[in-house]
Design a protein around this ligand. Structure first.
Ligand code: RET
Length: 274
């Protein structure tokens, strides 16, 4: 761990705190908003609420780990405490949330048949992408002085493997789902196109962050790189989980408004105690 100034330490500390608050608030919003959409879209909101709940929990753990990883020295600088900063929480979080994020999107779409199979393919690819990225993320080697440094070769190789399912997901979203989005009209079509772009822009951010240690020559993490990676992932997670979850709600609401009978079926079922 590089040495940090008080303001550098606080920047990451506050970023984790903000991200936890965003996940928590989105969770409450999604749970309270469930009755506003037709029953057939409620699963999408449930999946969305699960994503932010899982991510919120992991942010709490990352937050604790960040606090424990540093101690303040006599000069007021933050130096490594000896306890490792546990970044593996992120990958465990992604392994659970990334398949749920693709499932949310399929759940809110009108696809005549094969929804389950499509969800399975996308969720499997999403999980594979994360599993294949992890060995590269933690790959280290020793420099000529025997100090651990980033193993750029292994990082690049696993990153490449991980990119294969990533490209498959993008292919399904932009080519495979095209006809289903084309069938929608008005606001729903615009929202579906926008959420696809949001997914592309936010998910594309993760492999770029992954590349930073390779591009910086595989040296040890500097304070600048550490801060960029941590704050960068926080911003990406808020957009890819909270922003995305609220857009899923907007799509479900727009679809509900476009087909009022769907809501009535739900109301009748609720009255009947179903
Ligand atoms: C909420 C968390 C999300 C949406 C995480 C998404 C993560 C990715 C899209 C990660 C992709 C990666 C590659 C495509 C190659 C390099 C390794 C990864 C795992 C960073």
């Amino acid at each position: 761990m590089p040495q940090l100034s008080a303001s550098e330490f606080s920047l990451v500390y506050n970023a984790f705190s903000f991200t936890f608050a965003a996940m928590f608030a989105t969770f409450i919003f999604l749970v309270l908003s469930r009755p506003n959409v037709a029953p057939k879209y409620r699963n999408a909101l449930t999946l969305s609420a699960l994503v932010v709940a899982i991510a919120g929990y992991h942010y709490l753990r990352i937050f604790e780990s960040w606090q424990a990883a540093f101690v303040v020295n006599d000069q007021g600088a933050y130096v490594a405490s000896g306890k490792p900063f546990n970044d593996a929480y992120r990958y465990i979080d992604w392994l659970l949330t990334v398949p749920l994020l693709v499932a949310e999107l399929v759940a809110v779409m009108t696809i005549a048949k094969g929804k389950g199979w499509l969800t399975f393919r996308l969720a499997t690819a999403a999980a594979l992408m994360i599993i294949l990225g992890y060995p590269g993320e933690i790959a280290t080697t020793l420099d000529s002085n025997g100090n651990p440094i980033v193993d750029t070769g292994a990082r690049a190789l696993w990153g490449l493997f991980s990119t294969v399912p990533f490209i498959y997901i993008l292919y399904e979203l932009f080519v495979g789902l095209g006809p289903a989005i084309q069938k929608e009209t008005g606001e729903v079509r615009v929202l579906l196109r926008n959420i696809r772009l949001l997914l592309f822009a936010t998910w594309g951010f993760y492999p770029i962050v992954y590349l930073i240690p390779i591009l910086s020559g595989g040296a040890q993490m500097t304070a600048g790189v550490l801060l960029a990676v941590q704050v960068g992932y926080c911003i990406a997670d808020v957009a890819a989980k909270c922003g995305y979850g609220i857009m899923i709600y907007a799509i479900a609401k727009a679809k509900t408004d476009a087909e009022p009978e769907a809501m009535k079926i739900g109301a009748a079922a609720a009255v009947a105690g179903d």
